[in-house]
Design a protein around this ligand. Structure first.
Ligand SMILES: NC(=O)c1ccc[n+]([C@@H]2O[C@H](COP(=O)([O-])OP(=O)(O)OC[C@H]3O[C@@H](n4cnc5c(N)ncnc54)[C@H](O)[C@@H]3O)[C@@H](O)[C@H]2O)c1
Length: 714
């Protein structure tokens, strides 16, 4: 079989059925050889006597997933990129220029280049299968649509709708696409081919018209929006919203906006030339390469099992128990019953807690229902999966029990030993502890190989990371099972070794702790937070985050780290006084900020209470960023290279992005470190250590990398 077989013409009378089925690939994608083959097919169709053509995929749940990112990821020269994208545009133009009507019969993912291909067809029929998603996700990879998407989509569905899809990198369901005019007809999967061919024959019967659709705005408000003045307003608002969302860190949505604005009203050649230029510009940026790196890390999680031994298989999990129906238990119940569709049994020592836990899950499903993410039937099914009580009834048939009770080693050990008595002999017990040793806790389990850590982040419904913690006795099979279970729950798992704070909290704590040193150094709370959130790109600054987590919790963890790591994790000078203020953070209404309804403002009294005097007005942005971020990088060197908490720099980066919101446009903590150079970071840390103390002393692991002129990835 060759590439010739990947796109083949099948005779259906007057209609040519063109089947896409890339040999040796799980998905159809537009690589250079595929584009060359498409060109041949279009030339053949041009010379044929067919009267219409239907393009269909033979891959389950995939029409065409997009361009080949493998090719894009290594392209850095603008001229080289322009050549490739222009060649692609020409082939897509050939599809559009075929004299006979063309129909895209879409089932499954029709994304990026695949969507642009479908846009060049005259008609689009899509299935009502939930896998069918049509859209242009390029901006999520720091790119813009380059095969005519910026030009053809606004023409077909109007500027407002096109901006919605392109700027957010969105894909829409068939129903939504139908409403927008992005598809012409909806059908069932089983009858897609038949319906598409019938449709083609109908078009032939009616004169084989090519469709040259131009968006006709329906309704007064749409007509106003699509008028000249309306568009001006639409572009202005879109730019404002992009800037507020991206804080200027992501160039692609702005470039897409500029391209769409410039190309409206231009002829095809002129418009596509502008689009190609725009594509080449963003494709060559480091941001795009970083976002592609993040994409690959996410893809690799989908393909891996969490263990190196490929013969190990995850066990089937159909039901889970949750011990403790509090903040975390309620969230875990929501993802277990909803996302994973598992039977869930909650147990607590308190009736109210059970009711609250179930209520918390229901509230989240209500929200999904409101946003039409699920329907009423799905909510009822999820609720039916959920039950709870104060005793162990039902535990005898559970496959996995997740423990989310108070953070106390003795209580947890007692509860684990007791729970094991009521479970099947091979049931897995997983702890959601955030700071206690999984290996030590596992000693309470009669079969410690069946004990593991499963560390969710708060709030569970929003935070995508789960750290799967391998205790010293945890078996490979159990790690693989919890890794797979996390994915089933819609989470991104990273396997980590046991150790203080595991991976993410271990690296985040130095950053949070440094914020308290900033206070002692007379820095202003709001400025520090703003520099990190706006300038560096963290979702929120360290003081804001400490308030969110709870000052009491953070102080407790700082102490644990101080005990475990000594001089690398000293207690900040304001530690004792902060403790004495009894400020709790957001949950108590007052922390570094005062919380009033949805608003928050720095509490000016805090500086006096901590005895640090009025903050200075002038701040060195570079110093603020470096003191926090370089401490994280320094710790990461130790965690990765010496302690081997994780095996690869990608796991550090994925963990930090998914667990803390470390800015994806920077590619992750260690990719960011590599972009600066390990030698540079080591030198700067030496300077910081001489000024501020040994907590900045470069670790041997980092110094060795610098000495051998290596980065974390190279
Ligand atoms: N809250 C967070 O941000 C967060 C994040 C990650 C991990 N964790 C960890 O998750 C665990 C739970 O934290 P939380 O914030 O949900 O606490 P929580 O106080 O909100 O809930 C704990 C629940 O456990 C119940 N409980 C106590 N003893 C029990 C027992 N013997 N049997 C059954 N239920 C019992 C309590 O009644 C309560 O409902 C802790 O180990 C914590 O460290 C918390």
């Amino acid at each position: 079989m060759s590439i010739l077989e990947s796109i083949r013409i099948v005779n259906k009378g007057d209609v040519a059925l063109v089947e896409w089925d890339l040999i040796g690939e799980k998905v159809n994608k537009l690589s250079s050889p595929v584009m060359a083959r498409l060109k041949e097919v279009i030339e053949e169709l041009g010379k044929s006597s067919y009267k219409a053509v239907v393009f269909i995929s033979r891959k389950p749940k995939i029409f065409i997933a997009g361009a080949d990112i493998d090719e894009i990821k290594n392209m850095t020269e603008k001229e080289q990129i322009l050549k490739v994208v222009k060649a692609g545009q020409e082939i897509i133009n050939m599809v559009e220029d075929l004299k006979i009507p063309t129909i895209a019969a879409i089932n499954g993912a029709c994304l990026g280049g695949g969507c642009e291909f479908a846009l060049s067809c005259d008609y689009r029929i899509a299935t009502d299968d939930s896998s069918t998603k049509i859209g242009l996700p390029e901006t999520q990879l720091g790119l813009i649509p380059g095969f005519g998407g910026c030009v053809r989509l606004p023409k077909l569905i109007g500027v407002q709708n096109a901006l919605d899809i392109i700027l957010a990198g969105k894909a829409v369901s068939t129903d939504k696409a139908l409403k927008m005019g992005l598809v012409d007809k909806k059908t069932h999967v089983a009858s897609l081919e038949e319906k598409a061919i019938d449709f083609a024959n109908e078009v032939i019967k009616n004169g084989a018209k090519k469709s040259r659709k131009c968006f006709q705005a329906k309704g007064l408000s749409n007509q106003v929006l699509e008028s000249f003045a309306g568009r001006f307003l639409v572009f202005k608002m879109a730019k404002k919203s992009v800037l507020s969302l991206t804080k200027g860190h992501y160039p692609a949505p702005l470039k897409a906006l500029e391209v769409i604005k410039k190309t409206i009203g231009k002829n095809r050649a002129g418009a596509l030339a502008i689009e190609a230029e725009g594509f080449a510009e963003v494709c060559a940026t480091g941001v795009s390469k970083n976002l592609i790196h993040v994409f690959y890390m996410m893809e690799s999680v989908k393909k891996t099992t969490g263990v190196n031994d490929k013969t190990v298989k995850a066990r089937n999990v159909g039901s889970v128990g949750i011990m403790g129906a509090g903040t975390m238990g309620g969230g875990i119940a929501f993802v277990a019953a909803g996302n994973a569709g598992l039977e869930v049994r909650m147990k607590d020592i308190n009736h109210d807690a059970i009711a609250k836990g179930m209520q918390a899950a229901k509230k989240l499903w209500d929200k999904q229902l409101e946003r039409r993410k699920i329907d009423k039937y799905a909510e009822e099914r999820n609720l039916a999966h959920l039950s709870g009580g104060l005793d162990y009834s039902g535990f005898g048939r559970l496959d996995v029990v997740i423990e989310a009770i108070v953070e106390d080693m003795n209580v947890k050990k007692k509860v684990i030993a007791e729970t094991a008595k009521y479970c099947k002999p091979d049931a897995i017990i997983a702890t959601n502890t955030s700071s206690l040793s999984v290996s030590e806790m596992g000693e309470a389990h009669p079969k410690p190989e069946n004990f593991v850590g499963m560390h969710f982040f708060n709030p569970v419904d929003k935070m995508p990371l789960v750290e799967v913690i391998r205790g010293k006795n945890t078996s490979d099979e159990v790690v693989a099972t919890i890794f797979e279970l996390s994915k089933k729950m819609g989470k991104t798992p990273v396997v980590v070794k046991d150790g203080p704070g595991f991976l993410v909290n271990r690296l985040l704590l130095p950053w949070l702790s440094e914020a308290l040193f900033f206070l002692a150094d007379n820095m202003d709370i709001e400025t520090v937070d703003r520099i990190y959130a706006k300038k560096f790109g963290m979702p929120m600054g360290p003081f804001h985050l400490i308030d969110e987590i709870g000052i009491d919790v953070c102080l407790k963890v700082l102490k644990i780290f101080n005990n475990a790591l000594g001089e690398r994790a000293p207690l900040p000078p304001v530690y004792e006084k902060l403790y004495q203020t009894k400020r709790l953070g957001k949950k108590g209404g007052k922390g570094f900020y005062i919380y009033e309804g949805k608003n928050k403002r720095v509490d000016p009294a805090i500086y006096d209470e901590l005895g640090v005097g009025n903050p200075k007005n002038k701040h060195d942005e570079k110093e603020i960023i470096e003191r926090g971020v370089y401490r994280m990088i320094n710790e990461a060197a130790l965690v990765l290279i010496e302690e081997k908490i994780v095996e690869t720099p990608s796991e550090v980066d994925l963990g930090m992005i998914m667990g803390t919101g470390f800015p994806p446009f920077r590619g992750g903590l260690l990719r960011y470190a590599d972009s600066l150079g390990t030698q540079h970071i080591t030198d700067e840390l030496e300077i910081l250590a001489s000024k501020f103390g040994t907590r900045f002393k470069p670790t041997q692991a980092l110094a060795n990398l610098a000495k051998s002129q290596r980065g974390f990835y190279s």
